[in-house]
Design a binder for this molecule. Structure first.
Ligand code: B12
Ligand SMILES: *[C@@H]1O[C@H](CO)[C@@H](O)[C@H](O)[C@H]1NC(C)=O
Ligand SMILES: *[C@@H]1O[C@H](CO)[C@@H](O)[C@H](O)[C@H]1NC(C)=O
Ligand SMILES: *[C@@H]1O[C@H](CO)[C@@H](O)[C@H](O)[C@H]1NC(C)=O
Length: 136
């Protein structure tokens, strides 16, 4: 009986330890680059941060905002989530038809335009996020 209890406890403890280790390893996140590209001025700033496993772009942006000079504002829409209004003090303007476009470049150099915003898009490992100030 004592032997059974001990082995049960050991199994439970082992399970707890491996679950803790597994989560610890995942919560470190993976590195991701974010490029702030002003296509009207042709200037670029590259920032590096981390993103959680299957995490959204907005999470990486918030981590960056806490740690670096990177700043941004969003407006929340009930149906589509977060719309990126301004980056580093530069807002898009409906009057000037300018906006911040969300793009993502995969490892092979292919650039896609996600069909969702920063609050929904989940980059694949190795993708670079491009926030492009542009005219529409
Ligand atoms: C006009 C428009 C835009 C304009 C908005 C003008 C402005 N500065 O406000 C511009 C060209 C800037 C734009 C940008 C984007 N858009 Co847009 N846009 C539209 C469109 C064609 C019409 C919206 C509209 O005027 N509705 C009528 C008004 C009266 O309703 P409204 O609620 O006030 O509309 C506002 C919102 O729709 C908001 N909005 C527009 N796009 C987006 C995207 C997101 C993610 C959010 C949260 C809000 C938002 O701006 C509108 C005007 O103020 C819709 C398609 C559609 N059929 O609705 C797509 C649509 C809403 N956009 C979409 C997307 C994906 C984007 C981008 C993320 C694309 C990208 N990869 O860059 C970006 C936003 C990036 C960012 N800055 O966060 C998707 C959203 C899908 C989703 N589930 O997230 C839609 C549905 C198009 C589609 N079928 O894929 N968009
Ligand atoms: C800025 O980055 C964009 C996207 O990666 C690229 O297309 C552009 O050539 C770059 N411009 C400069 C001036 O580095
Ligand atoms: C965000 O919006 C506030 C208020 O509109 C503005 O003062 C601030 O400069 C904006 N921040 C960025 C990073 O654009
Ligand atoms: C590049 O990678 C993306 C995503 O991994 C893939 O969908 C696309 O087909 C690839 N393109 C080329 C030209 O290899």
């Amino acid at each position: 009986m004592i032997v059974t209890m001990t082995s049960l406890l050991t199994t439970a403890q082992l399970l707890l330890v491996s679950v803790t280790l597994f989560h610890g390893a995942l919560s470190q996140g993976s590195p991701i680059d974010l490029i702030v590209f002003n296509s009207l001025e042709n200037t670029n700033i590259t920032y590096s941060t981390t993103i959680a496993d299957r995490g959204i772009v907005l999470g990486a942006m918030r981590r960056l905002q806490d740690a670096h000079s990177f700043k941004f504002n969003t407006t929340e829409y009930p149906d589509y989530g977060y719309f990126l209004v301004s980056v580093n003090g530069l807002p898009g303007s409906q009057k000037d038809r300018t906006s911040w476009e969300l793009l993502s470049e995969s490892k092979n150099g292919t650039i896609i335009r996600p069909d969702v915003g920063v609050g929904c898009y989940i980059p694949k490992p190795g993708e670079r996020i491009i926030l492009k100030f542009t005219k529409y």
